[in-house]
Design a protein around this ligand. Structure first.
Ligand SMILES: *[C@@H]1O[C@H](CO)[C@@H](O)[C@H](O)[C@H]1NC(C)=O
Ligand SMILES: *[C@@H]1O[C@H](CO)[C@@H](O)[C@H](O)[C@H]1NC(C)=O
Ligand SMILES: *[C@@H]1O[C@H](CO)[C@@H](O)[C@H](O)[C@H]1NC(C)=O
Ligand SMILES: *[C@@H]1O[C@H](CO)[C@@H](O)[C@H](O)[C@H]1NC(C)=O
Ligand SMILES: *[C@@H]1O[C@H](CO)[C@@H](O)[C@H](O)[C@H]1NC(C)=O
Ligand SMILES: *[C@@H]1O[C@H](CO)[C@@H](O)[C@H](O)[C@H]1NC(C)=O
Ligand SMILES: *[C@@H]1O[C@H](CO)[C@@H](O)[C@H](O)[C@H]1NC(C)=O
Ligand SMILES: *[C@@H]1O[C@H](CO)[C@@H](O)[C@H](O)[C@H]1NC(C)=O
Ligand SMILES: *[C@@H]1O[C@H](CO)[C@@H](O)[C@H](O)[C@H]1NC(C)=O
Ligand SMILES: *[C@@H]1O[C@H](CO)[C@@H](O)[C@H](O)[C@H]1NC(C)=O
Ligand SMILES: *[C@@H]1O[C@H](CO)[C@@H](O)[C@H](O)[C@H]1NC(C)=O
Ligand SMILES: *[C@@H]1O[C@H](CO)[C@@H](O)[C@H](O)[C@H]1NC(C)=O
Length: 413
């Protein structure tokens, strides 16, 4: 088990050679130059300490640690200057997105001590986007990028601007004891979801990543596995969100072969927020097999597979469809003639002890494509209750192009 490797690192704490301490300048003065100077001085083999309650982050930054640690006792508060951040945040090629802060390096610990992390000033972004998804330049709060053997712990992300966190091109990362909360306070939203895209975390081109002890409230995916996420463990996570554990989206780029493999999830509760509906507790989503328009909101024609997934002890409260698979993503460009063209393969996926409720007549809907039928799924101890108890039991579970499965007695094809 890879976590064992991380434990000696955690114990190094007292032994770091040098310590650099940065106090906040205050009065809205940009603290980034002082923070970067501290990382340059102490980031290799030393310790960077930020003891103040609130630091001003007025420019994008890359903090690099090798065999070092970062003690963050307060918030890195990102300035609410929308035009500045759109023009200056770092770019992330997938879905043409952006990033505000990269954490890079190897053999390091970032500790938020339960009081520190990111304050994203997200409300300005929520009110600006007014519920529109994936607007260009809106930055993710933090990305663990090009990193190996790291622990990020006791960390808070409040009012993230976009995705709260990303793990990109990284290996052997533990993200433990996180509290993430994106809540819209602008009454102009009415009943609409204005915290769309405030995902808890996403993984991309990464392996051996563990999420443990997370509390997430926000308006999108709790944790999402984007292309090339392998050996991922999720344990003890509570989500108040629009989707719970999301697999994808995948197959969005025509030239790409996407892999999701060896994913283990246990002890997860997913519930709806009072201002938004919960779409799916576990949500598998792939694009159609032909390319229509460009990402982020168009795409399709990619291929790949998802296999060896285990989901254990999942409790889903009040979802539209607690377990959901769609292979027909095109968002707003769906044309019926593209249905059933997806070539992305969903295989070898296992559920054990999944309980909860839906607010529709459906508890399971797996719309696999004729071009790539689903196979080798298993279900044990599934107890999901539809809202309409009078519904014919065989109608609450839909599984199209679904073969070679066990444990679903009433699957209607
Ligand atoms: C890491 O840093 C500590 C303290 O500076 C030092 O004792 C140790 O040898 C370093 N380890 C490596 C692998 O550089
Ligand atoms: C930090 O200070 C900024 C002003 O520089 C303010 O906008 C922000 O609300 C403060 N954040 C927290 C978490 O106190
Ligand atoms: C990303 O979006 C910006 C703004 O719409 C656009 O100028 C740019 O061409 C896009 N890049 C890609 C790779 O799609
Ligand atoms: C990650 O590594 C790639 C390849 O070396 C490099 O181009 C990129 O700038 C690195 N990213 C960061 C945030 O340092
Ligand atoms: C991924 O990160 C490693 C450092 O861990 C770097 O050497 C490599 O170039 C990065 N790859 C890409 C594609 O950015
Ligand atoms: C998230 O923040 C809102 C607003 O402060 C609060 O009402 C809600 O209880 C928080 N959610 C969690 C899970 O702590
Ligand atoms: C699960 O996570 C919650 C919230 O972070 C934490 O309070 C609790 O102690 C964790 N449970 C276990 C068994 O670690
Ligand atoms: C994912 O991995 C496959 C197989 O190694 C590779 O062909 C593909 O380019 C990778 N995709 C991304 C987005 O890194
Ligand atoms: C399937 O994934 C689990 C992690 O969930 C891993 O322990 C196991 O070795 C994988 N099985 C195969 C055949 O690779
Ligand atoms: C359950 O979900 C439905 C649909 O989103 C919503 O109208 C209802 O208020 C939710 N119930 C609770 C108790 O949150
Ligand atoms: C099933 O999962 C629930 C949480 O969703 C947990 O409380 C219960 O102990 C689990 N049952 C078994 C037999 O593991
Ligand atoms: C059925 O699924 C299991 C588990 O993935 C696999 O080992 C087996 O080969 C499949 N059988 C057929 C006929 O596809």
């Amino acid at each position: 088990m890879h976590l064992i490797l991380l434990f000696p690192l955690i114990c190094l704490g007292a032994a770091y050679a040098k310590t650099c301490t940065v106090h906040a300048a205050g009065r809205g003065i940009d603290d980034v130059p002082a923070i970067l100077a501290a990382f340059a001085e102490c980031g290799k083999g030393g310790k960077v300490v930020l003891p103040s309650a609130n630091y001003t982050i007025a420019q994008p930054m890359i903090t690099h640690l090798e065999n070092g640690s970062f003690d963050l006792h307060g918030y890195l508060s990102f300035t609410p200057d929308i035009d500045y951040w759109i023009a200056n945040s770092y770019r992330f090629p997938f879905q043409n997105q952006s990033i505000g802060w990269h954490i890079t390096g190897n053999d390091f610990v970032v500790d938020g001590h339960g009081t520190g992390g990111v304050f994203g000033n997200g409300q300005v972004w929520y009110s600006w986007a007014r519920g529109a998804g994936n607007l260009f330049g809106r930055p993710m709060s933090v990305s663990i990028t090009n990193a190996t053997r790291a622990v990020i712990k006791n960390f808070r992300i409040i009012q993230p601007q976009f995705w709260s966190s990303l793990v990109w091109n990284s290996t052997d990362i533990l993200l433990t004891d996180f509290y993430v909360n994106a809540t819209n306070m602008d009454p102009a939203a009415g009943k609409a979801n204005w915290v769309q895209n405030t995902d808890g975390s996403d993984t991309y081109e990464s392996k051996r990543i563990t999420y443990q002890n997370w509390i997430y409230q926000g308006g999108d995916d709790c944790i999402a596995f984007k292309p090339n996420s392998t050996q991922i463990t999720v344990r003890n996570v509570s989500c108040t969100s629009v989707n719970g554990m999301t697999f994808g989206s995948v197959g969005q780029y025509p030239s790409s072969f996407d892999i999701l493999q060896d994913i283990f999830i246990e002890d997860v509760v997913v519930q709806n927020h009072r201002t938004a509906q919960l779409d799916g507790g576990a949500y598998f989503k792939s694009w159609i097999g032909v390319n229509v328009n460009t990402p982020p909101n168009g795409g399709g024609g990619g291929s790949g597979y998802c296999k060896n997934v285990t989901i254990k002890n999942l409790h889903i409260i009040n979802a539209t469809v607690p377990l959901l698979l769609t292979s027909e993503l095109t968002y707003d460009q769906l044309n019926a003639s593209y249905a059933n063209t997806s070539t992305f393969v969903w295989d070898d996926i296992h559920f054990h002890n999944v309980t909860g409720t839906s607010n529709t007549g459906l508890v399971i809907e797996f719309e696999c494509s004729t071009a790539a039928p689903c196979s080798g799924w298993s279900f044990e101890k599934i107890n999901l209750t539809p809202a309409d108890a009078s519904t014919n039991a065989s109608d609450d579970t839909i599984c199209h192009n679904f073969f070679n499965y066990t444990g679903l007695p009433q699957c209607s094809t």
